[in-house]
Design a protein around this ligand. Structure first.
Ligand SMILES: C[S@@+](CC[C@H](N)C(=O)[O-])C[C@H]1O[C@@H](n2cnc3c(N)ncnc32)[C@H](O)[C@@H]1O
Length: 206
């Protein structure tokens, strides 16, 4: 793998190919476009990586990332935090991007094509941590995201972490979670060097 290409950027120790990188050019040429906004890595994924670099997950945690898009955050959890990670998205077109990022970082990720509603109690009871970034970008996503969090809590998921640039449907979910599950909403800002602002919704399920 061309790990030393000038078109490669590092985010929190993760190799990320820029648009001119041969891997990105090959992906664009050979695979269908992603839909539902899974067409790039969003700043909220970087906010979560920054948070986790300061508040790491227990090594070996069984982690699921829902709405993973290209899976940069999943790759980070596998490579830098030694977690067992499943990357999941409703859109199968993200999979070649996930595989490419995992390959550039020498990690293995499990994959499940699923929408939020598919994560039922049986699946959620097998995991320790549920993570996501920027998954609540339309009004109609607020209810399925809240329902997912609710099932996660009932199924014994220990930590639920979701970052977001504070879009209105996310704020609605966050307020409900503060009320219902004693969640915290923590403001976050990073410069990567571009400035990204948002917040982390954190639920500790004890
Ligand atoms: C704004 S992108 C964020 C991608 C990635 N988490 C990031 O931060 O770079 C939203 C992602 O959520 C996925 N998505 C949208 N609706 C979904 C649903 N109902 N169930 C699962 N994933 C969904 C999209 O396919 C897309 O990859």
């Amino acid at each position: 793998m061309p790990h030393s290409s000038p078109h490669l950027r590092q985010y929190y120790g993760i190799n990320y190919p820029l648009a001119g990188h041969p891997v990105r050019r090959r992906l664009k040429r050979d695979h269908p476009a992603t839909t539902l906004h899974g067409h790039k890595v969003w700043g909220s994924a970087l906010l979560m990586m920054d948070w986790l670099s300061r508040e790491p997950l227990p090594p070996g945690s069984r982690v699921v990332e829902v709405g993973c898009g290209w899976g940069l955050l999943s790759t980070y959890c596998a490579k830098q935090q030694a977690c067992e990670v499943t990357a999941s998205d409703i859109d199968p077109a993200v999979r070649p991007y996930i595989n490419a990022l995992a390959g550039l970082n020498d990690v293995e990720l499990a994959w499940r094509q699923a929408e939020f509603a598919d994560w039922d109690a049986a699946l959620l009871s097998e995991i320790d941590v549920l993570i996501a970034s920027d998954i609540c970008f339309w009004d109609q996503l607020a209810e399925p995201v809240w329902q997912l969090i609710n099932r996660g809590i009932d199924s014994g998921v220990s930590q639920i972490l979701i970052t977001d640039p504070l879009r209105p449907p996310f704020i609605e979910v966050a307020e409900a979670c503060i009320e219902d599950f004693h969640a915290e909403l923590l403001p976050l800002t990073i410069d990567t060097p571009r400035r990204h602002r948002g917040a982390l919704l954190r639920i500790e399920n004890r």
